[in-house]
Design a protein around this ligand. Sequence first.
Ligand code: UD1
Ligand code: MG
Length: 445
Amino acid sequence: MTSIATVILGAGMGTRMKSAKPKVLHEIAGRPMVSHLLGTVAELNAEKSIVVVAPSMQNVRDVVAPATIAVQEEALGTGHAVAAALPELDGFEGDVLVLYGDTPLMTLDTLQKMIDKRREDDATAVVVLGFEPDDPLEYGRLVTAEDGALSAIVEYADADTATRTIGLCNSGVMAINGKYIAELIGAVDNKNAKGEYYLTDIVEIARNKGLKAQVVIGGEEELLGVNNREQLAEAEKIAQGRWRTAAMREGATLIDPDSVFFSHDTKLGRDVVVEPNVFFGPGVTVGDNVRIKANSHIEGTTIGAGAQVGPFARLRPGADLGPNVKVGNFVELKKATLEDGAKVSHLSYIGDARVGAEANIGAGTITCNYDGYDKAKTDIGAGAFVGSNTSLVAPVKIGDGAIIGAGSTVTREVEADALMVERAEEIQKSGWAARFRKMKAKLNK
Ligand code: UD1
Ligand code: MG
């Protein structure tokens, strides 16, 4: 069995993105483009996984660790970028898959087809992944011979009018025979319209050496190259479509799929119902039979089976909802554990807290967890009842089964099963309102 090495090119700054951030770190479904690719190639069990970066891209190195890094000193073209990875491939004779960091939606299936095609014939030096987009834009064009083999790749900038009418385009992905990669890349020059070392030139170089080049055709969607923000949005749309379909296939109901946004790692159980306009940030796991009502924003959260969330709930990192918990409208949770069956039904902020099983938190309850310097914890016991509009000034503890009267500001520990009320005495003056109105009416005559 021949082994595989992968080389992901990410050293271009991506000037068309107009961004301070390297292009391959722009995110799709909450994950950098380059990480999507690394996730896909991981399934190939490659012997080596190399990412080519520019010297300044410490942030890309951090994101792709522990992949092997090759540094391309100057961005002189895609051929020059692969050359930067060659020292890492010294002595490697398997198949080298070259991927562009700005083509993040590649599927494993397609990569496997390319490897299979490369292995059909040892004289096949290069297999290029082509596609036929509706609009071929400025993609490089694939020139094929009568037998379907690949003759050359012509970059848009170098193509004459006739070549530009070719609909078959270069996706950028290649499978290269490791035995020949060094000599092919070594022969690439920069005599072209852009003055760059084009990786695409290795097709003609291989053919001139009597070696073969072939094409595998992939789908337009998976091969979208992201060069600007519009294409980034297009890639996001495609990725979201994939996640929505996967969620429904796994047994979740999405009432309006197009209005639900997933992260790459969102996990939904069976018989989950997601109402319209729900956004899942990274790190969300949802148990079976959960209903997430409209307009909720959820990230870094675990939701237990049978829970109900929203509408208009905001669940922030560290929210951990046990089974059958209820979180209602305009409730914000952060670093808060809600144990089995606890309820926070309306208009509350619960942060740095534990809410015990079956406790009921009244409307407008706020955990005052921050004094401007430090965060402190609130601990609410099982079965406690916190009346509406209560301020819980942390650190503070409410015992199991305690009842807090509405409108209280709680600063000291409340014992189990106690009643705690903090409230000014009520005053009532009979007839006062009527006398007041009479007096005002006279004065304003
Ligand atoms: C490239 C192809 C084109 C293809 C298109 C598909 C070449 C010469 N052209 O054009 O045929 O249709 O992709 O999307 O290959 N990079 C480096 N170092 C460099 C230059 C680029 O690492 O010196 C990296 C970039 O970070 C990027 C990838 O290579 O991830 C592609 O570069 P880009 O400039 O986007 O090439 P395209 O013009 O899109
Ligand atoms: Mg590109």
